[in-house]
Design a protein around this ligand. Structure first.
Ligand code: G6P
Ligand code: ZN
Length: 544
């Protein structure tokens, strides 16, 4: 079968952001838009020709159509074998797992993560390399550069493929294998965690939990693992049916968007444990009875307790966190005597450290936690890790957390988001801060004295690559910090994120409400950046 060569012209704006190319569905539906971007992947990632590709997505609107298009492009570009998750479904961590397990040359994941879906929602596409992780910047830049000069793409003509029946078919010379990614993923989880102990916890009669799949991709994975393999009561997985528009919701597991779940962990009949994952299954939120675990604390707790979990029994090598993530994990690393790395926002920055064996655990404030078992953050993995800890320690989430704080001190943490801000105003706000930076050290702001003020730059310790302008970082002598950065994942205007952290060593103050403790720092942050003057916003849209 001869590929058709189709003439095209470049689209501007096909530069992948923090996590792939994300646009409104309508943008992707324009003739040639998806084809151009995917052809740019094949043109630059030449090892795919003659190799194996993993393909699937979070099941959002346009997932199935996009898969059919990508299969025809892959066949025309010499891919030998494409592994497609049944129904076109692959959670992001499961994709990472199978790229590694089947030694694929790469994977294409269709997802806009936690962004809403449906015909008016978002769609996204990202390329993962052979290590199973998000493509590093050099790769995404090469793909983007190629999109700007592309004049043609290649496609085979093929009938619409049945994505729902397991088995192998062909398009031209390419084998298309529809496989069950849930089985591969569940097997990996079982190799890491003590499934018997978790099973006993569920059968103890005094443990109640809900996992909120938010009508997104983790529904089928969670039902298979939590309900079927671990024996949790049917109905433990809520919103477990994956829908193309996520039931009209915003599949982002945080206090603002998973309100129904949060409510179940409050009040007199509160559950012992609540957890949720996002659109593509890589994020997680952890709740206990009357208690919310910040993602920063979660990373620190997992690190401090990793030796209780079979997969990490022999200890962890090191920890990495993104710059805006609280410094709670640093304190654990120090006590354990292992290395701790501060990387820019974006999971891709952990890849080299994981591949080099320098770290075992990593996490981000943006509800991402993971380890060297794959090269993506992993929502269900974090939930199973917590379940394993609850079973091993026979304590509640709140008890584990307070004990952790007593031992290490508490890094009280909050994030304020100003969404869909005028992009020029947001850029101006950051430039204003950059100009202020040199004169800040030593200055008193409210009750704090500035110790460090910079525009975070990172040199990758493995390959020496530099990443500049990764966020404004203001550290105070007390250990408190304010960080400002613009979101790299939004699709409307700019989103300003302000990350705030205060260190509290005194156990008598550990149970104080976060908003009360953070108020003075919030005011400093607003005034210093002139947030209201520059954006017109007196209050943030979302506080997590
Ligand atoms: C995605 C990436 C994360 C990153 C997050 C930041 O979820 O996978 O690694 O932390 O985006 O998003 P932001 O909107 O803050 O750029
Ligand atoms: Zn995600």
């Amino acid at each position: 079968m001869q590929p058709h060569v189709i003439a095209t012209t470049p689209f501007q704006g096909q530069r992948p952001g923090t996590s792939g190319l994300r646009k409104k569905v309508g943008v992707f539906q324009q003739p040639h838009y998806l084809e151009n971007f995917v052809q740019a992947i094949f043109d630059t990632q030449t090892e795919l020709s003659g190799g194996t590709l993993v393909l699937g997505g979070d099941g959002r609107f346009y997932n199935r159509e996009a898969i059919q298009v990508i299969l025809r492009l892959a066949a025309a570009n010499g891919v030998k074998r494409t592994l497609v998750g049944r129904g076109g479904i692959l959670s992001t961590p499961a994709a990472s797992c199978v790229i590694r397990k089947y030694r694929a040359q790469g994977g294409i994941i269709l997802s806009a993560s936690h962004n809403p879906g449906g015909p008016d929602g978002d769609f996204g596409i990202k390329f993962n390399t052979a290590n199973g992780g998000p493509a590093p910047e050099a790769v995404t830049e090469a793909i983007h550069a190629r999109t700007l000069v592309l004049e043609q793409y290649r496609m085979l003509t093929a009938p619409t493929l049945d994505l729902d029946t397991l088995g192998t078919t062909r398009i031209g010379d390419m084998a298309v294998e529809i496989f069950d990614s849930i089985a591969d993923y569940a097997e990996l989880m079982e190799s890491l965690f003590d499934f018997n102990a978790i099973h006993q916890l569920f059968n103890s009669g005094h443990f109640q939990m809900r996992f909120d799949a938010m009508h997104a991709v983790t529904g089928p994975y969670a039902k298979a693992i939590i309900e079927q393999r671990l024996g949790a009561a049917p109905g433990t997985v809520m919103n477990g049916e994956a829908l193309e528009d996520f039931g009209g919701g915003h599949p982002d597991p945080n206090l603002a968007h998973a309100k129904a779940l949060v409510a179940l962990t409050e009040g007199p009949d509160a559950l012992d444990f609540g957890a949720a994952s996002d659109g593509d299954g890589d994020r997680n939120m952890i709740l206990g009875k009357h208690c919310f675990v910040t993602p920063s604390d979660s990373l620190a707790v997992l690190a401090a307790n990793a030796h209780l979990v079979p997969g990490y029994r022999s200890g962890i090598r090191g920890i990495a966190r993104s710059m805006p993530t609280s410094q709670a994990a640093d304190r654990v690393a120090e006590q354990l005597g292992v290395e701790c790395f501060e990387t820019p926002t974006g999971w891709k920055f952990f890849g080299n450290l994981l591949d080099a064996g320098r770290i075992t655990l990593c996490g981000e404030e943006s509800f991402g936690t993971g380890s060297d078992h794959v090269r993506e953050k992993d929502g269900l993995w974090a939930v199973l890790f917590w379940l394993n800890l609850l079973a091993a320690r026979q304590q509640s989430v709140a008890e584990i957390l307070s004990e952790h704080w007593r031992r290490f001190g508490r890094n009280v943490y909050t994030r304020h988001d100003y969404e869909a801000v005028d992009a020029t105003a947001a850029g101006g706000l950051l430039s204003h801060l950059r100009i202020l930076l040199p004169e800040l050290p030593g200055r008193r702001l409210g009750d704090q004295v500035v110790a460090l003020a910079d525009d975070f730059a990172y040199t990758d310790p493995i390959d020496g690559s530099r990443s500049l302008q990764q966020g404004i970082r203001i550290g105070f002598e007390s250990g408190a910090r304010i960080v400002y950065r613009l979101s790299g994942t939004g699709t409307e205007g700019a989103t300003l994120r302000v990350y705030l952290e205060r260190y509290e060593p005194d156990p008598a103050r550990h149970q104080l409400p976060t908003d009360e403790v953070m108020r003075p720092l919030v005011l400093i942050a607003r005034e210093l950046a002139q947030i209201e003057e520059r954006t017109g916003r007196a209050e943030p849209d979302v506080i997590t």
